[in-house]
Design a binder for this molecule. Sequence first.
Ligand SMILES: CC(=O)N[C@H](C=O)[C@@H](O)[C@H](O)[C@H](O)COP(=O)(O)O
Length: 234
Amino acid sequence: MKNDFLKKVQGHLIVSCQALAGEPLHSSFIMSRMARAAKQAGSVAIRCNSIVDIQAIQDETHLPIIGLNKVDYDDSPVYITPTMKEMRAVASTGAEVVACDVTGQKRPHDEKLADIVDQMRQEFPDTLLMADTATIENVQEAEQLGFDVIGTTMHGYTPDTDGMNVADNDFQYLKEVLAATSKPVIAEGKVDTPEKASRCIELGCHAVVVGGAITRPLEIAGKFIKAVNNTVKA
Ligand SMILES: CC(=O)N[C@H](C=O)[C@@H](O)[C@H](O)[C@H](O)COP(=O)(O)O
């Protein structure tokens, strides 16, 4: 039986707490405190990257987790939980959901997504699988492969969708995703204001993930600095 993550997050905000190596807040301790702040504010779940961050955030918050493991391989552009090895490691933390790339691009070692899904179902039958998609074709593939939840995470981050934004034209792309699938949709990627997050729920998303606009101070401060520096004094 699958876990009750979907019931817990329905209609709610999920905060993504991530800082890669090279980012100012790269630290499992700091991410666990970010997650504590998110929980205090009312976040019902946390999305996070890497085994150590997942464990630190579980210990700190006891909230349901969408876990992923970003790893770069030389032979593939896919980096969000790209192979069975990372899928297994994330699921082994007890994360309720494992998220992985579903962009139709070649995976490392030519692993096939269908094989990964089959293997995950055998080894972790109560773990949900979230598809981080970029296009409607990806959404259809995810549904066909039996993913439990569809994310818009990669829209704007693949060669086909470079520069696109899920919020453009009052979330036109998100509306198309919702029309293309009967699976629960989690809006994710560049949702950077409370109004946009609210609109995702209004349009019919199951939940919405917000990351950088809450947990990446470099990004947040940069917006303020740019606005102030571009201001001409009256
Ligand atoms: C494309 C990619 O690698 N996205 C990652 C996926 O987990 C994260 O870096 C994002 O922060 C996350 O998707 C939330 O999005 P935003 O930070 O824009 O609210």
